[in-house]
Design a protein around this ligand. Structure first.
Ligand code: NAD
Length: 494
């Protein structure tokens, strides 16, 4: 780790971040004997530390440990006690907020002030919300039309859950998976992205500190191809809970089909963010810019496809540019930074590749598109105006600070275009006409539609995609249901 990064961190965070890390199994971190991966600070391109590429044998140990906890202490724990422990874990996340935020800022390049104010509270909220559930998970009595029968259902946990998370929201994605899975009574083996493992490893320590029995939460670090693959194909894993790219989601869907595991997939998005000319344009444009450049656009629900009623395009573009010009690019750990780098050199090249396809399509890069400074994987906030719906910048998830702006002329022309993409994660609508707001919201093929707002998220409100954005909701009762199955018991009263 660089001295500058170290000087910006809490002493305990700097020391945890620079230590080499192995998998966390059975309540403790094990040594990194085998092969390792360098983790890199994307704001400098410098190596932070080494983490274990957990091999199949060690993954097997992690799954065994989770299976033992499931059959033992965690599986048999009374619901009220499970609630207490999940509340305690929420408290510990809150108490260690800055430390946890610094790991995601260091490895993910995210502004630490945002991680503190968005990601950490979101993680706490997940544990608090789902901590309320264990005493409320109920089956039902069933009025069957069969004589002399008493039939009832039980909601029971699935067993060992493989939780696979992406690099863009390491702490809160871990919480989004752990909280409902644990509340339902499952145990978990978590595989964070190889780019951002630190907050997940620390979270597992906090789970033990909170009093969760050893083996209830395990973490295996490493790449998807090696560690992740060994985990998802393990016969004792009952469910794959995945958040990440569409390509990996399709692969894991096939894997789950082969081994008949439960699976839920939270995948990418290319989200239409629609502004009608009758909306509060200043407010809509602020949200448009904020959600496009938040975390350098590396957000699944980024409002990255801005569709603006033609008469408002110039005003919206000017306001978005003003917001972009005010962004302060820098190291995520620096508290003055409002936009960090992209996650890796390879990812920045991929994003730039999309910008190279813009020339010759009738569209133009209105601003941005360059590397603003040496060192680190920074890219300027960028806007592309006027591309066709079939252009790659419109059809694909770029996952960078690239806002695409397209004019439209009427609701009838807009709707098929807004629904034309393969994804269906989120959408936004800005208008002061309530009838238009409801009509458009109901016609949008998206799992979440925000009206006169964007990117609101709460543990109580189901979140998850349609179409190629996946299936199986996070949050709310549905987020719990996907970690449970129903057993039907028939008793003869004859
Ligand atoms: P990715 O698919 O490359 O990796 C995600 C995780 O899967 C990582 O931990 C990776 O190591 C693992 N993985 C890869 N191959 C695997 C395999 N064969 N077996 C098991 N695990 C494997 O995605 P990413 O680049 O880390 O994340 C960005 C993507 O995540 C974007 O598409 C974004 O939209 C999506 N995302 C979606 C949501 C949502 O809620 N819908 C939230 C955050 C991110």
């Amino acid at each position: 780790m660089t001295a500058v990064a170290e000087s910006l961190m809490l002493p305990q965070a700097a020391s945890f971040a620079s230590a080499e890390h192995g998998a966390f199994i059975g309540g403790t971190e094990i040594s990194t004997d085998g092969s390792t991966i360098d983790t890199v600070d994307p704001a400098t391109g410098r190596v932070i530390t080494k983490i274990a590429e957990t091999d199949a044998k060690t993954v097997d140990r992690a799954v065994e440990s989770a299976a033992t906890a499931f059959e033992g202490e965690w599986g048999s724990m009374l619901p009220a006690r499970r609630e207490e422990l999940l509340h305690r874990l929420a408290d510990l996340i809150e108490e260690n907020a800055l430390e946890l935020a610094q790991y995601d800022a260091l490895e993910g390049g995210k502004p630490v002030t945002y991680v503190e104010s968005v990601d950490v509270p979101l993680a706490v909220e997940q544990f608090r919300y789902y901590a309320g559930w264990p005493t409320k998970i109920q089956g039902a009595t069933v009025p069957v039309s069969t004589p002399n029968s008493h039939v009832y259902t039980r909601k029971i946990p699935l067993g060992v859950v493989a939780a696979i998370t992406p690099w863009n929201f390491p702490l809160c994605q871990a919480a989004i998976k752990l909280a409902p899975a644990l509340a339902a009574g499952n145990t978990v083996v978590l595989k964070p992205s190889e780019l951002t493992s630190l907050s997940s490893l620390r979270l597992a320590q906090l789970a033990v500190e909170a009093g969760l029995p050893a083996g209830t939460v395990n973490v295996v670090t490493g790449t998807g191809a090696a560690t992740g693959q060994a985990l998802v194909s393990h016969p004792q894993v009952s469910k794959i809970s995945f958040t990440g790219s569409e390509a990996t989601g399709r692969h894991l869907g096939a894997e789950a089909g082969r081994s008949l595991k439960h699976i839920s997939l939270e995948l990418g998005g290319k989200n239409p963010h629609i502004i009608f000319a009758d909306a509060d344009i200043a407010k809509a444009a602020t949200y448009a810019a904020t959600t496009a450049y938040f975390y350098s656009g590396q957000v699944c629900f980024s409002g990255s496809r801005l569709m603006v009623e033609r008469s408002a395009v110039d005003d919206v573009l000017a306001a978005v540019k003003e917001h972009a010009d005010a962004l302060v690019l820098g190291h995520g750990l620096d508290r003055t930074t409002t936009m960090g780098p992209l996650s890796s050199a390879v990812h920045r090249e991929k994003v730039e590749g999309y910008l190279n396809t813009v020339s010759g399509t009738g569209a133009k890069v209105a601003f941005g598109g360059s590397r603003p400074k040496d060192g680190g994987y920074f890219l300027e906030p960028t806007a592309v105006v006027g591309p066709a719906d079939s252009d790659a910048v419109v059809a694909e998830e770029i996952f960078g600070p690239v806002l695409v702006i397209q004019p439209f002329d009427s609701v009838e022309e807009l709707m098929p275009r807004a629904n034309s993409g393969k994804y269906g994660l989120t959408a936004g609508v800005w208008t002061n006409d309530v009838r238009k707001a409801h009509t458009v919201a109901q016609r949008l093929q998206a799992g979440t539609v925000w009206v006169n707002t964007y990117a609101d998220y709460n543990a109580a409100a189901p979140f998850g995609g349609f179409k190629s954005s996946g299936f199986g909701k996070d949050c709310g009762p549905e987020g719990l249901e996907k970690y449970l199955e129903t057993q039907t018991v028939w008793m003869s009263l004859a």
